[in-house]
Design a protein around this ligand. Structure first.
Ligand code: NAI
Length: 482
């Protein structure tokens, strides 16, 4: 039987398969996990609902999970981030476009919000009346659907939509209302099935800790983002690569000599600032945290409030995970033809709704995911990916090698949680949010060092004793910050 799917065009599968094949070569972590765990099939019985950008690299992750025994259904966690050829190749698998035999994927570049939430519902709903029993999330949307859905089912209704709701939240509520009409217990049943979630990104992890603190988390979670080999690599070096890839593909403007503002100097901001400086831009950083602000200053960047410098910038990038970081008023103060882009997880870093309400503003599509917004005085700014994360909307996200680190952590976390979910509750029986142990983090790094022909120095027994560590690691205490 052909697999269930909704993608742009299965005819793109061959091109996707070539790209996946090349990506496999650059993803040594995932490939060695296939070798290590392939025979043991630790994910046999797992029904994984994956909500993560459907890119070529994600295709290698999906096929790794399948190689370890899992059944998988996949959607993207962003309406613009799917690479249609990768989605097609995953669906076709070992079959043909006429008879696809791969993995069910529900994702295409340029979904509407309604389609986005429908796809998210599809991954949690298994054929034959079954549901997913694991979530692999990026940003927490699939997890939110199960939590809010169950809450609202228990209350017997979805709260009414108000003027304060974003467009997206209104669409989300409409989806839950529909599912409650079809089955008033659907999300309660899904919640009971889910053994746990592994979460990819900073923003999703924030949501999980908030749920756990409020005592509302329904199942245990592994925070993949805060594996050192994830956030200190993907967020930083990944964005260092893909920020300017997105800028170049979208606008091809020369970055050298320009003034660029990076809002937020966390892991993502550090990578963005470095890549803009590498291209010869003069970079200004904005921060709310004195520690990160001081780091930016010591790294040689000017640190300023956005309102003091927004009129000087040729490029403004947000990377905060916060909301309303650039207001509609500030957008009107930007230079004529300045570029405004967000690389943080959600589009609310830029006040796009406020911009649309500015009197007399008009929007012109230059090409998909590149729009010129012209104000009444004739000046305009260029906004990438409608304010959604631009490295995936305007380019193809991070390159394979760095994603191999992130996704090796994801794979190990899925194996860990699926096999030992009972161990991830506290003594009061409450589900926890935890990071992977350090020896696994070190293992992920080691797998990638080999591929770079890097030589790692080995401690002697005496040196290890002197440092108070084991010769085989872990080499750092938990509080070490890298
Ligand atoms: P982080 O927490 O390390 O850094 C965010 C920084 O922004 C913090 O230092 C914080 O103090 C600062 N900040 C918060 N509000 C601010 C404001 N109003 N003005 C100026 N600075 C402010 O988080 P990280 O890991 O850098 O992630 C940032 C965002 O990027 C998150 O939404 C995350 O999910 C997303 N992300 C996106 C990726 C991509 O490929 N596009 C990859 C990895 C993460």
């Amino acid at each position: 039987m052909s697999v269930d799917h909704k993608v742009r065009d299965l005819g793109l599968a061959e091109s996707g398969r070539h790209q996946i094949r090349l990506a496999e070569h650059e993803m040594p972590g995932l490939m060695s996990l296939r070798e290590e765990y392939g025979d043991a099939q630790p994910l046999a019985g797992a029904r994984i609902a994956g909500s993560l950008h459907m890119t070529v690299q994600t295709a290698v992750l999906i096929e790794t999970l399948v190689a370890l025994g899992a059944q998988v259904r996949w959607a993207s966690c962003n309406i613009y981030s799917t690479q249609d050829e990768a989605a097609a190749a995953v669906v076709v698998g070992k079959g043909t476009p006429e008879d696809p035999q791969g993995v069910p994927v529900f994702a295409w570049k340029g979904e509407t919000l309604e389609e986005y939430w429908d796809c998210t519902e599809q991954i949690l709903t298994w054929p034959g009346g079954e549901f997913a029993n694991m979530i692999l999330d990026d940003g927490g949307d699939a997890t939110m659907l199960v939590h809010k859905g169950k809450d609202w089912e228990t209350a017997g209704q979805v709260p009414p939509t108000t003027e304060d709701d974003s467009e997206e939240f209104g669409v989300f509520k409409a989806l839950v209302r529909r599912t409650m009409q079809d089955d008033p217990q659907k999300w309660t049943k899904v919640a009971a099935e889910i053994k746990g979630v592994t979460e990819e990104t900073t923003t999703g992890v924030h949501r999980l800790y908030q749920l756990a603190e409020a005592g509302e988390l329904l199942f245990p979670a592994i925070n993949v983002n805060d594996s050192v080999t994830k956030s200190k690599f993907d967020n930083k070096y990944g964005c260092r690569h893909s920020l300017i890839d997105g800028l170049n593909r979208a606008t091809d403007v020369l970055i050298g000599g320009k003034v660029a503002i990076v809002c937020g100097y966390g892991d993502v901001g550090k990578g963005c600032a470095e890549s803009l400086r590498g291209q010869g831009a003069r970079v200004i950083v904005t921060e709310i945290d004195p520690i990160c602000a001081l780091q930016a200053a010591m790294d040689g960047y000017q640190v300023a409030k956005l309102e003091s410098v927004v009129d000087q910038a040729d490029i403004v990038v947000t990377s905060t995970g916060c909301f309303n970081v650039v207001t509609a008023e500030q957008m009107q103060k930007m230079k004529n033809k300045a570029i405004l882009a967000n690389i943080g997880h959600f589009d609310n870093e830029l006040d796009m709704a406020g911009l649309a309400r500015v009197k007399g503003v008009t929007k012109t599509e230059i090409k998909p995911q590149v729009h010129e917004w012209t104000f009444e005085d004739g000046d305009s700014i260029i906004i990438l990916s409608e304010g959604r994360l631009m490295n995936l909307g305007n380019a193809t996200g991070h390159p394979s090698f760095v994603m191999s680190n992130s996704f090796s952590n994801q794979t190990i976390a899925q194996v860990e949680l699926f096999g030992k979910d009972a161990e991830y509750y506290d003594e009061d029986g409450k589900p926890t949010v935890t990071t992977l142990p350090k020896h696994l983090d070190e293992k992920v790094a080691e797998l990638h060092l080999e591929a770079l022909d890097a030589e790692l120095t080995e401690l002697t027994k005496e040196q290890a004793e002197y440092l108070g560590v084991d010769v085989a690691g872990p080499y750092k205490p938990e509080h070490y910050r890298y």
